[in-house]
Design a protein around this ligand. Structure first.
Ligand code: AMP
Length: 301
């Protein structure tokens, strides 16, 4: 059977302000950024919901990326909205507004083909929803999950229940600290790895990522850019490159995981060069591979 990847998460209308510009109600959401990055490695399907107000041009756009949208429901009500602000410290978004809207009553029922997917990414959304999607998948061989402070603050128990069934967990440094109540990131990693995941990736924005497992540690910087416009979606596009590459490979060995981390970092670096998905949409495979090679060159010693 051909490999494919299923992602549940948000499809959103984002309003974002950074020191370099401002946009209103543009396409965003964790599942959107994730799938726009993961599509470079294997076919991706999304499970999500939008409201009747979701612009038809955005739906066409997601389809034009080659993402399977048969699991994207259009429900009565308004689309999920997020409003964020960044000052010159582009590493941390200040959330000004989160409107769950149609996600509040979303109860996804997976199709037969989605249920038989082997790789699943539970992108940032309510952990109860992540759990409900995971529960419907027959025999997943790779389960990865992301979250954010919003859910650690409001749904911690549900998140801990979910983590027991997750192979790979991704979060940023502040979230790792908030979840574990530890300050030191090695202690955070030990705490999290005891709760289910075999692999933990802690994202540190422009300072790169830390990848922990019981057997090895891998540290990677972020790709150094001359211009960053908007970090929104960096974590999700990182996850798309990382999990997309992993899910396309026959075996999850250390070398493959290391390469996957670099693919994730390269995709995130393209994403932050523009607002919304503008840069990711134009990205071509040769550019991706070129930056991957350059990454190797500037970090090798
Ligand atoms: P990132 O910058 O990778 O952490 O992700 C930013 C994206 O996450 C934005 O496009 C938002 O629409 C989406 N987002 C923000 N808050 C939430 C939330 N509480 N649940 C799900 N998605 C969210």
């Amino acid at each position: 059977m051909k490999k494919s990847l299923l992602a549940v998460g948000s499809v959103a209308l984002d309003s974002v302000e950074t020191p370099f510009g401002k946009v209103r109600d543009v396409l965003g959401g964790s599942a959107t950024f994730f799938s726009a990055a993961a599509r470079f490695f294997l076919p991706v399907s999304i499970v999500a919901v939008v409201g009747k107000d979701f612009p038809a041009k955005y739906l066409r756009f997601i389809k034009s990326l080659g993402v399977n949208t048969s699991g994207l429901e259009v429900a009565q009500g308004k689309t999920f909205r997020w409003q964020g602000y960044y000052d010159y410290d582009l590493n941390s978004a200040k959330t000004l507004r989160t409107e769950l809207n149609v996600f509040q009553s979303f109860d996804p029922k997976l199709s037969a083909s989605h249920k038989s997917c082997k790789s699943v990414f539970l992108a940032n959304i309510d952990p109860k929803l992540q759990y409900s999607v995971l529960n419907q998948i027959k025999s997943p061989s790779l389960v990865a999950c992301d979250t954010m402070n919003y859910w650690i603050g409001t749904q911690k128990e549900a998140l801990l229940k979910l983590l027991k069934h997750v192979d790979i967990f991704l979060c940023n440094d502040a979230e790792a600290r908030e979840l574990s109540k530890e300050y030191n990131l090695i202690q955070c990693a030990k705490w999290i790895l005891k709760r289910g995941p075999k692999l933990l990736v802690i994202k540190k924005g422009e300072h790169g990522v830390l990848c922990f497992s019981k057997n090895f540690l891998f540290l990677a910087p972020a790709f150094l850019l001359e211009s960053v416009m908007d970090p929104t979606g960096a974590g999700d596009s990182f996850a798309g490159g990382f999990i997309g590459y992993l899910a396309s490979q026959p075996k999850l060995e250390e070398q493959v995981i290391r390469r996957a981390i670099i693919y994730g970092s390269v995709l995130a670096s393209y994403n932050v060069e523009s607002f919304s998905l503008d840069r990711l949409a134009k990205l071509k495979r040769p550019d991706l591979l070129k930056r991957f090679d350059l990454f190797k060159k500037v970090t090798h010693f």
